[in-house]
Design a binder for this molecule. Sequence first.
Ligand SMILES: Cc1ncc(COP(=O)(O)O)c(C=O)c1O
Length: 460
Amino acid sequence: MGVSHDDAQRSAREHLLLHFTKHAAAYAADRELLVLERGEGPYVFDTRGRRYVDALSSLFCAQLGYSYGEEMSAAIAQQLRTLAFNTNWGTAHPAAIELAEQLAERAPGDLDHVFFTSGGSESVEAAWKIVREHYLALGQPQRTKAIARRTAYHGVTLGALSFTGVASMKEPFGPPPIEVTHVSNTNAYRAPEGDDADALRERLLRELRDAIAAAGPDEVAMIVAEPVQNAGGCLVPPPGYWRGLREIADEHGILLVADAVICGFGRLGNWLGIEHEEVVPDLVTTAKGITSAYAPMGAVFVRAPVAETLMRPGVTLRHGITFGGHPLAAVVAAKNVEIFERDGVLQHVRATEPHLAARMAELRALPIVGDVRGRGFFWAVELVRDADGTRFAADERDELLRRYMPARLLEAGLIARADDRGDSVVQIAPPLISDAAVLDEIVDGLGAVLSDAGAHMGVG
Ligand SMILES: Cc1ncc(COP(=O)(O)O)c(C=O)c1O
């Protein structure tokens, strides 16, 4: 098992196209591709045997870390011996049925139906199709528009891309098929209201009302937002914001969708990432952590009244994905739920969050750190030029976030994310099984890297 380091580098260059990658740079002769071949607890190891703390949980997915392979493979082996595959296209199989029931029992409110997909973009697309079928069944075919937020990432398939609020990801692919208005996100650090969370919330909700009025309230089908927005750097909403979204949606008969592809499955210390907000969205999209990445899967949670319209005589849900709810993924997701409960994963995140929050807050002392924000095991540091929060210029951002930080983080044995889709941020999202010592290792490493980054950029 395993390939040599040099063979992997050569073979990747010759055959493997990478996602979201400038290939010329990634495969340049003086660059080495990071090839990870083994995991253990919160750690991953590359083909040279170097160890890294996976402080990003393989892109917000590996909630349980990497040491549950035996249990997961036993569940998969059992399913393989029974039924390797069937679809959920007008038929079903016990693995999907049982999982849907387990998930529905744990979801807040009456989010009691589940539509399975193979990943996050598919979940967002499926949510939109369910929303559309709902309104068609209700005799409101004119509801064809949506509201999303700026800089938010909701996936890359062409439907989901309509909701994504990052222009550079959309422009090459022509006009989006869905008409979406993008409103401000909840970046309190950059908001003119400063620390006045009430004023921020009221302005954001006013802007949303105005956007709905401009689009035509009876033409808007859906408002979609993440519980804590990832792109832009863990943008936590001000208190009462989601209650406001719920009220506005209800006022106009619009469906409210929480995109919990990242926030779900324990990332924020609860099942769907929305429980803090004390409102029940009409649909919740999930993926990533649903299986702790031991198999690819996504799911859309649907409230009873929306499911009810889909069940009406004559109504067809005209959407399906061959591998959505694949039995092997379904048994892995069920095992994931079992392990979460047996090992107290949600409780651990909630109990350890104050420690992580306090340690992250220490990073504010570094001159390059303008803001530290997050919730649960999902944190971002916003990087600035000076004490006034001045943003880095475009060429400085390139140097800092695309060149210096990625290399320096790896050198420090840390996998974290330097991101510039919005402002300049570095994010961590550790595996949920990380104890205080692992979290300290992450924050200490990040502090050292940020300190060096400040010196490198001449900050402070
Ligand atoms: C909030 C959100 N929605 C949707 C997606 C798309 O998920 P996937 O990459 O599994 O298609 C992502 C991916 O990061 C995401 O963060």
